[in-house]
Design a binder for this molecule. Structure first.
Ligand code: FES
Length: 81
């Protein structure tokens, strides 16, 4: 996982949500409900394939408001964090 804004590269589990993966690395991204409702955890995905944990849908396109708590990486991914 590449964090573009902070210039960091992390190796994380693709089994965890992006929020859990970031927290496991000691980071504290903004969040609220942890259930995909409040949008507090939304951040831009600049590159890579993400998967929605609720629908299973995969998305290879850049998105402006990926919800970290209900998404996981399906390979290398770049976030605007
Ligand atoms: S923490 Fe509420 S949508 Fe992710």
């Amino acid at each position: 996982m590449t964090l573009q804004a902070s210039g960091r590269t992390l190796t994380v589990s693709t089994g965890d949500s992006l929020l859990e993966a970031l927290e496991a690395q000691g980071l504290r991204p903004a969040h609220g409900c942890r259930m995909g409702i409040c949008n507090s955890c939304a951040c831009a995905k600049l590159d890579g394939v993400s998967q929605d944990l609720h629908s299973g849908e995969q998305n290879a396109d850049p998105v402006s408001a990926l919800r970290l708590c209900v998404s996981r990486a399906r390979g290398d991914i770049t976030l605007d964090l």
